[in-house]
Write a protein that binds this ligand. Sequence first.
Ligand code: FES
Length: 106
Amino acid sequence: VKVTYVAADGTRTDVDAEPGSNVMQTALDNDVDGIVGECGGAMMCATCHCYVDEDWTGATGARNDGEDDMLDCAADEVKPSSRLSCQIKLTEALDGLVVHLPEEQA
Ligand code: FES
């Protein structure tokens, strides 16, 4: 499953993700800057904040209530496309996913 991370400065990083992993863990596994994932995916921080590319918001679906609450703590602007990347599970349907990273995570 291919995932592209676009940093706030426009730098693109393409990685090969394990299906079943999530967007936060995949960033950490591949040393992608811009995702911290402090709580390890327990929805207890907002340091895995990302913006789903507009072409992919349908495929990734809506955020859940817990994400909404946690995103109130996000360091950067929360947009309609904001998600906690640990809550985006990577399946074949998301092959080619593009996410944009905020400037700040904490
Ligand atoms: Fe903490 Fe996603 S890693 S909420």
